[in-house]
Design a protein around this ligand. Structure first.
Ligand SMILES: [Fe+2]
Length: 282
């Protein structure tokens, strides 16, 4: 296989590395039980991810292929956008193979195997979310000809990484950046600080995001079906042209047109004096 795929070398993980996975896994599973979308918990079950130790990508892929035709492949950290999109368009999820050191359980400079596999892979068992991820990959390849990668990246950020979903009369987590983080799993649902706004594709693609701390705004989808439909039915070419002439929206702004679910205090960001500018392309 091409496109920068490397072997996972599963047999090379140490006992300490497997134990780090187990610690993170146990902590997140108990925290998420009532907080995450049931589709995520079902994915954990179908993929038998409670098996101790860092998952073997081949074993994981066997189950995932049976469920939705997706597989998991290892890559050496960040890869070029074109390769990333091409993998998604072909139902391959790319994952880092290293795991964070035990003394840095909550600090991540770049996504490790716990973020990538625990955070992202369970939802790929859901047929609708699986289709959305593939549609995203195809859209990514097309976005390159319009110079609009950064806009489409915002869609990924505010859905796949930091999305919330309305479910069972409340809000649940589904974004991988949240569900793989102990502290943000609490913050995203419980804190008075962030805004929670109804998802709107164009609005999201205008909105900056923060890569260095908790999000200041979360976008809430009504269902995975809605997200997939909106993405498939939108003609992105004219939308990108329109967005070129529209202003960027700062991360803590609320607009009159927003469907406000929670108007946050922004206390967390203000107390930490988080800068409102971001470096999305980092
Ligand atoms: Fe991620």
């Amino acid at each position: 296989m091409s496109n920068r795929v490397i072997p996972q070398d599963w047999h090379r993980y140490t006992a300490v590395e497997h134990a780090t996975w187990d610690t993170l896994f146990a902590r997140q599973v108990s925290m998420l039980a009532t907080r995450v979308t049931p589709a995520f918990l079902e994915g954990l079950e179908v993929l038998r991810m409670s098996k101790p130790g860092i998952p073997d990508f081949e074993e994981l892929s066997e189950r995932l292929v049976r469920a939705t035709g997706w597989s998991v492949v290892a890559v050496p950290g960040l890869i070029p956008d074109a390769d990333f999109y091409d993998h998604l368009a072909n139902r391959r999820f790319v994952a880092g193979r290293f795991i964070r050191p035990p003394e840095q359980l909550d600090y991540l400079q770049e996504p490790d195997v716990f973020h990538d596999v625990f955070g992202h892979v369970p939802l790929l068992v859901n047929p609708v979310f699986a289709d959305y991820m593939q549609a995203y990959g195809r859209g990514g390849l097309r976005s390159m000809q319009y110079g609009s990668i950064h806009r489409l990246a915002r869609l990924y950020w505010y859905t796949v990484e930091f999305g919330l979903i309305r479910e069972g009369g409340g809000l649940k987590l589904y974004g991988a950046g949240i569900v793989s983080s102990n502290s943000e799993s609490l913050f995203a649902l419980d804190s008075d600080s962030p805004h929670r706004l109804g998802f709107d594709l164009k609005r999201v693609m205008q909105t900056k995001y923060r890569i260095d701390d908790f999000q200041q705004t979360y976008f809430v989808i009504d269902s995975f079906e809605d997200l997939l439909e909106t993405t498939l039915e939108t003609d992105f070419a004219p939308l990108y042209r329109e967005l070129d002439s529209l202003p960027e929206i700062e991360i803590s702004r609320i607009l009159p047109s927003d469907r406000v679910i929670t108007h946050g205090t922004q206390k967390y960001a203000n107390d930490k004096r988080l800068n409102t500018s971001t470096s999305e392309d980092a």
